[in-house]
Design a protein around this ligand. Structure first.
Ligand SMILES: [Zn+2]
Length: 57
C-alpha cells in the first residue's frame, strides 16, 4: 500500500523511470540515518525501509 502522498510517490516513480532511461539513478539521503537511498519507494519517502518502520513496505 502506498502512503498518503501517492501523488509525490507517482511523480518520483516517473522521474526515476525517465532518469533510468537516460542512464541516471536518483538517490536521496535518508532523513533519519543519512544513508543514501536509491530504491524508488525509499527515494519517494526520503526514508529507507528500516527507518520507515516497516519491513519492505
Ligand atoms: Zn534511514
Amino acid at each position: 500500500m502506498l502512503a498518503a502522498n501517492d501523488d509525490v510517490t507517482r511523480q518520483v516513480l516517473e522521474l526515476e523511470a525517465n532518469a533510468r532511461q537516460l542512464g541516471f539513478r536518483l538517490a536521496v539521503q535518508c532523513l533519519t540515518c543519512k544513508r543514501w537511498l536509491t530504491a524508488p519507494r525509499s527515494v519517494a519517502a526520503h526514508r529507507g525501509p528500516v527507518c520507515r518502520g516497516g519491513h519492505d513496505v
